[in-house]
Unconditional design. Structure first.
Length: 98
């Protein structure tokens, strides 16, 4: 999604770290951003944000699938976003030691 919703000259930053017995993956972009009133809905199956004047294709399944996989692994996904400034998606997964 960062590639899809960030302009061609935009920036996508990917960071991975180990913190407090968790692996944390941050994907941050300076793309379109997500309106505050839409952020709690984007993980629902088939939900798409209506953006007049854009030609961006999709089914609205991607983030719901990602969330399902993360939850099955006892993790969580968070979104921090501001419209017209960009988004940060944070995935946290527990580290299980033998």
């Amino acid at each position: 999604n960062a590639l899809k919703f960030t302009p061609s000259k935009g920036i996508i930053d990917v960071r991975l770290k180990h913190k407090n017995h968790q692996i944390v993956l941050d994907v941050e972009d300076n793309g379109m951003g997500i309106p505050k009133n839409e952020q709690d809905k984007i993980f629902q199956k088939f939900y798409r944000i209506h953006r007049p004047g854009t030609q961006i294709q999709g089914t609205g399944l991607g983030l719901s699938i990602v969330m399902e996989i993360i939850e099955k692994h006892k993790g969580k996904i968070e979104v921090f976003s501001e419209e017209n400034k960009g988004s940060l998606f944070r995935i946290s997964l527990p580290v299980f030691e033998k």
